[in-house]
Ligand binder design. Structure first.
Ligand SMILES: C[S@@+](CC[C@H](N)C(=O)[O-])C[C@H]1O[C@@H](n2cnc3c(N)ncnc32)[C@H](O)[C@@H]1O
Length: 195
């Protein structure tokens, strides 16, 4: 069983049933790395569907081989760039929860343009999420945390709310940063229905 999702055509949009074969929505782990979080979530919630998106081939191969080895048929791995995926590849309204965990913070000011979350990105995110969908964001980088929160809170498209009270495993990077004594910042944003 292969859990890789390899689009035949990168110039059209895919619905969740085309990716998983059933269900209208899925959860996405954006920049899933080696997939420790994704696989733990998929094992804990077998009734939900989890799509890992990652640009590094070696990492997405690891996610796919490990999910197949564990028999997790609710996982798919997709090698693609995050914004391209959200803007062009996934059909609107497909994502129930987007996990954005320990993304690259691009700390130098001259590299801020490379940060995924920009003003122009927020409508892209809103479009990809299903009604009532949400974004769960964690980082060890205080400056990027403030950057994301300011942009999301300034937008009428999202409302910030309390963190979830449920099983939510630590990612591989969270474990690394906590072992080094770093603080962890977390925020949750619900998609607003706007006309
Ligand atoms: C710091 S790691 C965090 C991995 C995982 N979320 C965790 O917390 O353990 C960031 C991951 O995002 C991936 N990544 C960075 N920019 C990306 C992009 N534009 N599109 C897809 N993946 C990206 C990196 O290759 C890397 O695996």
């Amino acid at each position: 069983m292969s859990t890789a999702f390899v689009p035949e055509d990168y110039f059209r949009q895919y619905s969740v049933p085309e990716i998983f074969g059933e269900g209208e929505t899925c959860e996405v782990d954006l920049g899933c790395g080696d997939g420790g979080f994704l696989l733990a979530m998929a094992a804990h919630y077998p009734e939900r569907r989890f799509l890992g998106v990652e640009r590094l081939l070696g990492r997405i191969r690891k996610v796919c081989s490990e999910s197949a080895r564990r028999g997790l048929n609710n996982v798919r791995g997709l090698r693609v760039e995050s914004r391209y995926f959200l803007e062009w590849l996934i059909a609107p309204g497909s994502i129930s929860r987007l996990h954005y965990l320990f993304p690259d913070p691009w700390p130098k000011e001259k590299h801020h343009k490379n940060r995924l979350v920009q003003d122009s990105f927020i409508p892209v995110l809103h479009r990809a999420l299903a009604p009532g969908g949400e974004v769960l964001f964690k980082t060890d980088h205080e400056d990027y945390f403030i950057w994301v929160c300011e942009k999301m809170e300034a937008s009428p498209l999202f409302t910030r709310c309390d963190w979830v009270d449920e099983f939510y495993p630590k990612t591989d990077f969270q474990q690394q940063w906590e072992a080094m004594g770093k603080a962890i910042y977390a925020a949750r944003f619900i998609r607003n229905n706007v006309i």
